[in-house]
Design a protein around this ligand. Structure first.
Ligand SMILES: *Cc1c(COP(=O)(O)O)cnc(C)c1O
Length: 487
């Protein structure tokens, strides 16, 4: 166990050398503060040298698993390698040190970055309008549904209360619809892992506001009937929302706009290689067609006849601001760098490689694990740990055991319609050797389940910490640096 920093403390050790205040006329800082704001006792902070401090945090950092340290096939989340050049660009002083309150004339370069990125993303998704404001995928969903809501307010269509969501949907979809005061209606999936058209038709009427779809869906399967679906929904006057958190399978190949969707969000922090995880900044850009364009959040980035960029606040039907300032700028810079480095052909290749890698893993693993939907997958696929469960080892134990081999676990128990789901997304950035190593490890794991189920059930065996109560940790978040300070 790593000692707490406080346990390494020795009185009077310091990591900082503060200059002695020689300006006698100013005196001590305590002269400026009111009596009741002054501390009467010393803070119980660790007293350590700089070297001890550096070693402490380096030791902790090494215990973290990350995409830079190993394979991370976390389905739905697209944990691809984030090229370091993106980081370099985002950290350039002229970009990183801008202030959002700087006058527009001073930040034309930054606005050009945002404008250029907007043009590319609209082209990639097949849409006319865009906002870069939303800070995450779920935030993009909220933006899109608020726009749809405002549209129906505007058309006076008061009956539209229903949002259709297939049972493969990401949990944020029904959550967003409820937050916007819509009634969520769940659609069934057919035996090909796609929206069941009968279930859809049975729920189509003039109370439908929208359908929220992911395509490819969270089973990694492309909705073959997407054009029929969009036609049917539009026929009853409903709109189509595209959850494009993952665009990794279709970039440069298919576009949500062409599939008949009216509005979509894209997670730059998944597909466009900006880092994510740990609740850091993200970007859930929203694109839409002409019908919904008037409702986009303000301000809208525009260009005048003199080719100068400016923020246009003058949009009377806008849903208003959705985030302070203009979005997470650093993420936008990284995404633009990624798009420009790849180019059109490069992005298409990314998608093809992501799909190829996923199918390669699927075909090699389907004999050892149950594959509930045995059809060609897109950028990810879902196995079931059903067979292993019958041997007394559940999917959680399989996931924990993978950690012993230096592999991050896939997403498990999602999507909900697959029992003991194991959702695998290798991404395009992994080599054949890495994919083969994963196949080998998963095959060994399947054998181990038969030979020694108790050992697998007790996993992980060689990680810095064993099984943790993830739900407890999230619900009762404790960010204290000392064991005693949460009492
Ligand atoms: C990740 C994801 C979301 C939510 O995105 P956040 O940025 O985590 O809010 C929504 N839908 C799908 C399909 C996703 O994979």
């Amino acid at each position: 166990m790593t000692k707490l920093l406080l346990e390494k403390s020795k009185p009077e050790r310091k990591a900082a050398n503060l200059p002695f205040n020689q300006n006698e006329s100013l005196g001590s800082i305590s002269n400026f503060l009111p009596e009741n704001s002054l501390r009467t006792e010393n803070l119980n902070l660790p007293e350590v040298s700089e070297l001890i401090l550096v070693r402490h945090f380096s030791e902790l950092a090494k215990k973290n698993f990350s995409i830079d340290s190993g394979f991370y096939p976390l389905g739905s989340c697209t944990m691809k390698y984030n090229p370091k050049v993106n980081e370099y660009v985002a950290r350039l002083e002229g970009l990183a040190k801008l202030h959002p309150f700087q006058p527009q004339e001073q930040v034309q370069g930054a606005l050009e970055i945002m404008y250029t990125l907007s043009e590319y993303l609209k082209e990639i998704c097949g849409f006319k309008g865009i906002t870069l404001q939303p800070a995450a995928g779920a935030h993009g969903e909220l933006t899109g549904l608020l726009m749809i809501k405002k549209y129906f307010e505007k058309t006076g269509d008061k009956k539209r209360k229903k949002v259709l969501v297939p049972n493969t949907a990401h949990g944020t979809n029904p959550a967003t619809a409820s937050m916007c005061n819509f009634n969520v209606v769940e659609l069934k999936s057919n035996d090909r892992g796609q929206v069941d058209l009968d279930s859809l038709k049975a729920n189509l009427d003039d109370t439908v506001a929208a359908i929220m779809l992911t395509n490819p869906n969270t089973l990694g399967i492309f909705e073959e009937n997407i054009l029929t679906i969009s036609k049917l929904v539009h026929e009853v006057g409903g709109l189509l929302y595209y959850d494009g958190a993952n665009l990794n399978a279709i970039m440069g190949i298919a576009r949500p706009g062409d599939m008949g969707f009216d509005v979509c969000h894209i997670n730059l922090h998944k597909t466009f290689s900006t880092p994510h995880g740990g609740g850091g900044p993200g970007s859930g850009v929203v694109c839409c067609n002409e019908l919904l364009e008037p409702f986009l959040p303000t301000p809208i980035l525009s260009k005048n006849i003199k080719e100068q960029y400016y923020w246009d606040y003058n949009k009377k039907d806008s849903i208003g601001k959705i985030k302070s300032y203009y979005g997470n700028f650093g993420m936008l810079v990284r995404a633009l760098a990624y798009i420009m480095v790849n180019g059109k052909e490069g992005l298409e290749q990314v998608s093809k490689d992501a799909v190829l890698n996923a199918n390669y893993l699927k075909e090699n693993l389907k004999t050892d694990y149950d594959l509930p939907y045995d059809i060609e997958c897109m950028h990810e696929f879902v196995l079931s740990g059903k067979k292993q469960k019958q041997q007394g080892v559940n999917t959680l134990a399989l996931a924990k055991r993978l950690l012993d081999f230096g592999i991050h676990a896939p997403t498990i128990y999602f999507p909900l319609l697959v029992p003991e789901a194991i959702m695998i997304e290798p991404t395009e950035t992994e080599s054949k050797e890495e994919l083969d190593n994963f196949i080998q490890t998963m095959k060994e794991l399947a054998k181990e389940v038969l030979a020694n189920p108790d050992f697998v059930n007790a996993a992980p065996h060689n990680t810095p910490v064993g099984r943790v109560d993830e739900v407890g940790a999230a619900r009762n978040l404790n960010l204290c640096w000392s064991l005693s300070c949460n009492q």
